[in-house]
Design a protein around this ligand. Structure first.
Ligand SMILES: NC(=O)c1ccc[n+]([C@@H]2O[C@H](COP(=O)([O-])OP(=O)(O)OC[C@H]3O[C@@H](n4cnc5c(N)ncnc54)[C@H](O)[C@@H]3O)[C@@H](O)[C@H]2O)c1
Ligand SMILES: [Zn+2]
Length: 376
């Protein structure tokens, strides 16, 4: 029998593998178009127990559930599927409890394992649940959004939200494996895709000037999800995240560079009640602001900020702060957890491909927040 799938299987897809080096908690990140049909093969060597639970949501289940189940069936596994409601609000203790109840009701033992199939919401929640059930069962990340593929699925930060704030309850708990199928992004909304590209741009600025140049050259192809360009986007982003995490698993100093754009980004999210901007949009504005701050402090020349702004705009992400937002933003910044000794810490690019972390005095911040922003 010939199916479309057999056709694609004959074209050798590029397969990249990145090692996340964390001693006995090390694992591989595999990136390959069509991987959703091969999840079972990649898991078979782990000889995990027969009790397999796919944690997902109805949207992702509809698109990809059958393919993943088929691939698990092919290696003799009969997973159950828990499709939790779509959306950030599901990332809560209530839904963790429901998943735990389900595992307990079925009397699943320590050899049971979870497959997180979905975006960052599913991944964070499933990882957190896995870290707690019987003091920890293995779990695997199968991320299906760009945010999850280049960021949330790697590094072992798991958790849920609380009424008092995002991600306040969580653990560090690494997956056994991360399986990334770039093809899954074809069903993602353009807005969610661009949100992931904000984090991708971030990686270029903080760690890799050549990658940033590649993004500048290739943004048109990347926005069209051209496979070769997309593969490189994901591979390089994952490699940078993996390297930073390997140096600093539990968020000491080194991992803080991943917060580039996030200081102002988080403040914008808080002010907008998490509705006005996606996380990626807020980070995009935050990166432009941080670059202007770096220029104002004499750390970077104007071209750094201009290039970041231009790439952000060509990606279709916002670059400008909402008008008259300076005072409210400053208040939100003061409440951010990165405030130490009443000074606000920023990740500042001194050139493309390199950042420094520095406390910045409030008057400097206010000046940059209040200034009219030049366009590139
Ligand atoms: N753990 C970490 O290190 C880390 C890092 C970054 C973000 N996060 C967390 O991740 C969450 C955001 O993740 P996200 O942006 O993936 O959001 P999400 O999980 O809510 O997914 C976004 C939307 O895309 C849909 N979707 C997912 N895959 C799809 C596909 N292939 N096709 C069509 N639709 C699809 C989802 O149903 C959802 O509606 C936040 O809770 C954030 O705190 C965690
Ligand atoms: Zn982020």
């Amino acid at each position: 029998m010939t199916t479309d799938r057999d056709e694609t299987d004959r074209t050798p897809a590029v397969c990249d593998q990145i090692h996340v080096d964390l001693g006995e908690r090390s694992y591989e990140v595999v990136i390959r178009d069509g991987l959703l049909d091969h999840v079972g093969e990649f898991l078979a060597p782990f000889q995990l127990g027969p009790d397999t639970v796919i944690v997902t949501n109805p949207v992702v289940k509809r698109h990809y559930g059958a393919r993943v189940i088929r691939s698990l069936n092919a290696v003799g596994l009969k997973p159950i599927v828990l499709a939790l409601p779509d959306g950030e609000r599901t990332k809560s203790l209530k839904w963790v409890a429901r998943v735990l109840n389900e595992l307990l009701r079925r009397r699943y033992e320590r050899k049971a394992w979870l497959v997180a199939l979905g975006g960052g919401v599913v991944g964070d929640l499933a990882g957190f649940t896995a870290s707690m059930y019987l003091r920890g069962i293995p779990f695997v990340q199968v991320p299906t959004t760009l945010v999850a593929q280049v960021d949330a699925s790697i590094g072992g930060k798991t958790g849920v939200n609380h009424l008092l704030g995002k991600n306040l309850i969580g653990t560090f708990y690494q997956p056994k494996l991360v399986l990334i199928d770039p093809g899954a992004l074809r069903t993602l909304s353009p807005r969610e895709y661009r949100a992931g590209l904000a984090e991708v741009i971030k990686y270029g600025v903080i760690a890799d000037a050549e990658f940033f140049e590649f993004l500048e050259r290739g943004i048109a192809q990347i926005l069209k999800l051209e496979p070769a360009a997309l593969q490189r986007v994901i591979r390089t982003s994952c490699a940078i995240k993996a390297a930073v995490v390997a140096e600093d698993e539990r968020e000491g100093d080194r991992r803080r560079i991943l917060n580039f754009g996030h200081t102002v980004g988080h403040a914008l999210e808080t002010l907008g009640g998490y509705r006005r901007y996606t996380h990626g949009e807020a980070v995009a504005i935050g990166m432009v602001v941080a670059a202007r701050l770096a220029e104002r402090l004499g750390l970077a020349d104007a071209s750094v900020g201009m290039r970041i702004r231009a790439l952000v705009e060509r990606t279709g992400l916002p670059a400008d702060l909402p008008p008259r937002s300076a005072s409210a933003l400053l208040r939100a910044l003061r409440q951010d957890k990165k405030v130490q000794d009443r000074r606000i810490h920023f990740v500042l690019p001194d050139r493309i491909g390199h950042v420094v972390v520095r406390p910045v005095e409030e008057p400097e911040i206010r000046r940059v927040l209040a200034a009219r922003q030049p366009s590139a």
